[in-house]
Design a protein around this ligand. Sequence first.
Ligand code: ZN
Length: 299
Amino acid sequence: MPELPDITVYVESLAAKLRGDRLERIRVLNPFVLRTAQPPAADVEGRDVAGVERLGKRVVIALDGERFVVIHLMIAGRLKWLAAGAKPPAGRGALATIAFGGGTLVLTEAGTKRRASIHLVSGREALEAMDPGGVDPMRCDAATFAGRLAAENHTLKRSLTNPRLFSGIGNAYADEILHFARLSPIALTHRLAPADAERLHAATRAVVREWTQRLRAEAAAHGGWPDKVTAFRPEMAVHGRYGQPCPVCGSPVQRIVHADNETNYCARCQTGGRLLADRALSTLLKRSWPRHIDDLDAG
Ligand SMILES: [Zn+2]
């Protein structure tokens, strides 16, 4: 799922393309993608672009008269930019196109599940009602960050990725942030020492800043558009790198398998060597489950 760094670069790139432009036409190619009936598409067509914003993990195109096009990419949704006159790419997966004077924005979604969505919204109040309420980790101080963490007693991984607590952090960057902070993904927020919460705040900012800069540079090198948005990147420390060496200590990256994703971590850097088992797996394996990274190395 595109997260804070990806969405930020989409927003910046789109803002640069749409400056001074006007929304001409919305074409919905898959009826499921447009989730609102009011206002109708005709009401937002012909309006000047006022700006491009981020709302959690959504990209928002603001138009004059407080009309908004809210795009949620979910997991497999992506945005493509076609300069005016460019031929649309062959292949399926295009759910909608939004034409502007200078080019066309294409919403695509890989796979067969239709989760990506577009909402047309009238009025800033209605837009704000769509905000899950998480704080922007790049704009909040350490005390606010710690306060959000303490709001509920959950694992660090779950709290970091809760959009009601923090804005824009998902599975991939939570793994990277926790590795950077050298904290266990299953540590409980209510047991977190103040110094650890402070380190997690600093790690969040460092990881998001570094990746935003990297993705921004990548987009700049590709015609000012992020064409390769993915949650799996070889430069990541642990996310999606199960079994590969941790870039800090060289130990193999571990995983906890969940229903539809997994948590990756380094046992030596984050859990004092302890291997974490998800409940289902540890019940299944019982005694054969290695408890410590040293047992794994020995085995
Ligand atoms: Zn490590």
